[in-house]
Design a protein around this ligand. Structure first.
Ligand code: HEC
Length: 274
């Protein structure tokens, strides 16, 4: 539905598609003899369960996933040829690189030993790279890096990785864990409960009403409030209200792109699948 832009509803539907979680943005550096130097190339990497429509950071070992990246080269390299590199650190222990056959093979971590995934590619302002398509059987947290080597022979790459987690947890387990880790205290108790509580300004007008941490079952009670809210109202409306849209009685609460907003979006994406 996010993908449809029906003419009469362009505004509504195109705005709601902005709420879809994006790939993780990563900065870039140049590899020079003294270490790493500035580069204004930027990158983005994302793990998707729906072919790139939305992005998640956790998938199950049996899920069919696609991982894709974007290289936004330094402006002087756009239109120039470059080799493209994909490197991953599996579980914090073994380095692998994607070779020209598309297979992940061990890498010793040294720049001279790097082999490109793609050779002689003409860089565009936003160059798409397929990182992985299939089932990621290996459990744990994996770090993904991208890079390119233009004609000057200096490697540009992401110094910090995009980290993804491959788990055996069910979607409900993941949602419950996400709620406890990033939603309950940081969002519900901090930003919502002032109004969405017995006797608060949203009491009786909004579906979602929360209990404080004084209630020993606050985690399950408040989780259910969100689960019911997603079923009744949908993820897009909730995100819109939180951004201050749809005449939210509480106005704008979280800034789109902030850590809390992104966590809420990822949590709601999980609830949508329950
Ligand atoms: C300053 C008070 C206030 C704060 C803080 C607040 N809200 Fe609200 N909210 C309201 C009021 C009043 C309504 C009822 C009017 C409306 O639908 O916007 C409401 C309605 C909503 C609705 C619509 C519910 C429905 O049944 O249709 C959602 C969703 C919502 N809020 C989410 C949130 C979330 C999530 C937070 C915290 C991140 C939050 N609000 C923080 C006052 C607030």
């Amino acid at each position: 539905m996010n993908r449809l832009c029906i003419p009469a509803m362009i505004l509504l539907l195109c705005v709601s598609s902005g709420a879809v979680a994006q790939r993780k943005e990563l900065i870039g550096v140049r590899n020079v003899s003294s270490g790493a130097a500035d580069s204004n190339a930027t990158y983005a990497i994302g793990l998707s369960l729906d072919n790139g429509a939305t992005f998640v950071e956790t998938a199950r070992a049996t899920d069919a996933v696609s991982i894709s990246g974007i290289i936004r080269a330094e402006p002087g390299h756009v239109g120039q040829k470059a080799n493209i590199y994909i490197v991953a650190l599996a579980n914090g222990t073994s380095w692998v690189m994607r070779n020209s056959a598309g297979v992940y093979v061990p890498w010793d971590g040294s720049v001279p030993a790097l082999t490109p995934f793609l050779r002689d590619q003409t860089l565009t302002a936003s160059f798409n790279v397929e990182i992985f398509v299939g089932t990621l059987g290996v459990l744990g947290t994996h770090s993904l890096f991208l890079g390119y080597l233009p004609a000057d022979g200096i490697l540009r790459y992401t110094p910090t990785a995009h980290r993804i987690t491959i788990t055996n947890q069910t979607i409900r387990d993941q949602a419950v864990a996400k709620f406890a880790a990033s939603i309950s205290n940081n969002i519900v108790q901090t930003s919502c409960i002032a109004c969405h509580v017995n006797g608060g300004s949203a009491d009786g007008v909004a579906l979602n009403k929360f209990v404080t941490t004084a209630n020993p079952s606050h985690l399950t009670t408040n989780f259910s409030q969100f689960e019911n809210l997603v079923k009744a109202r949908g993820r897009s409306l909730i995100l819109s209200k939180v951004r201050g849209g749809n005449l939210h009685g509480g106005g704008a609460i979280l800034l789109q792109g902030s850590t809390d907003y992104t966590n809420l979006d990822q949590f709601l994406l999980l609830l949508e699948k329950l």
